[in-house]
Design a protein around this ligand. Structure first.
Ligand code: MG
Length: 338
């Protein structure tokens, strides 16, 4: 089994702003694992606010030697080997994890959703993120999100209320709100959440900085809307500590290290009666379709990555009735763009 990789930059259709920064592209590393003339595809996405970079991913991948494995080995054997190379490196591990799942699916003629035991009929709606923007650009973004039935907006800035009122004059679609830790006190957060609660808002993601533990518990006990942990929840190890602070968790492959760990997080979250959301970074169809295979097991899906970039090397996922279509083809289901 042979691993190859290359750096790439995903160009965003519109500059993307959240409460902490603005950017026009996102660095990624694409990998391929080749065996028996089959290719498994993987992707590590590296937004600048996370600790990994193209360099750190490449450094990690250089240590990986897959020559001792064959497609007859169980997936877990390869993933256990990857795990012990060094701690953390979640995006790098995620790239390998998805490429291995893609390859194993292709070898066995099974779609990834089948390998992970998802029922494609239970796929929830997918939201599309608008990001912070000028009003003229927002108009355009709302039009571009036409095929999505849920919009996600990023708050935590100076003009939160104006932004929501402005969107509400143009669209009555349900809204997911992500504050990205941008509200600085529990009082401010509660004011905003109460104000948002009669505006067809479904939930609030990461209202307060993740270190505000007592404040978060205070907020949850008063919040009229569900509160979802994103920055506060990286792997399955974190979930026990979030009970009583959040109503649910946002799982991302790049944060947790891949499909196997994401599956553990779903099980752990369900056992603690948490709502489960699956989201993404700026990612191509590769990482997003890998995550989409788990989406039928989740309550909320925010897998819009490929729709926000202009140089996706793969065909975009198909959206039908506001949901990602899981194709019955072996592996992740990627089709190269020609
Ligand atoms: Mg978030």
């Amino acid at each position: 089994m042979v691993l190859t990789f290359r750096s790439f930059s995903l160009r965003l259709i519109h500059p993307f702003s959240i409460s902490v920064n603005t950017r026009t592209e996102t660095p990624v590393v694409f990998i391929e694992i080749i065996s028996e003339r089959l290719i498994g595809y993987g992707e590590a996405s590296l937004p600048p606010y996370l600790s990994e970079s193209q360099n750190s991913v490449i450094e990690f991948l250089t240590k990986v030697n897959l020559s001792k494995f064959t497609l007859d080995d169980p997936i877990s054997q390869v993933l256990d080997y990857i795990e012990q190379i060094s701690p953390e490196n979640y995006a790098a591990k995620s790239a390998i994890d998805m490429a291995v799942h893609d390859l194993w699916g292709k070898k066995r003629g099974k779609a990834l959703y089948e390998l992970v035991g998802s029922n494609p009929q239970s796929m929830p709606l997918t939201s599309c993120t608008l990001g912070m923007a000028t009003e003229a650009l927002m108009d355009q973004k709302i039009k571009e999100a036409d095929k999505f039935k849920i919009l996600k907006i990023k708050l935590g800035g100076e003009k939160d209320r104006e932004m929501v009122e402005w969107i509400r004059r143009r669209s009555d679609k349900p809204l997911y709100i992500d504050a990205n830790q941008g509200w600085k006190s529990p009082g401010q957060a509660l004011d905003m959440i109460e104000w948002l609660s009669n505006k067809n808002v479904v939930f609030i993601e990461q209202p307060l900085p993740k270190g505000m533990i007592e404040e978060q518990a205070w907020l949850l006990s008063r919040s009229p809307l569900p509160l979802i942990a994103d920055e506060a929840c990286q792997t399955s190890q974190d979930i026990a500590g979030l009970v009583g602070l959040y109503s649910g968790i946002n799982i991302k492959l790049m944060k947790c290290g891949g499909i196997r760990e994401a599956g553990k997080m779903i099980a752990e979250g369900r056992s603690r009666d948490m709502k489960i959301m699956i989201g993404c970074m700026n990612e191509s169809s590769c990482a997003v379709l890998a995550a989409a295979a788990l989406a039928p097991k989740c309550d909320y899906v925010d897998l819009d990555g490929p729709f926000l970039i202009e140089n996706n090397p793969f065909q975009d996922p198909i959206i039908q009735d506001g949901k990602i279509v899981l194709k019955d083809i072996p592996g992740i289901g990627l089709v190269q763009k020609h």
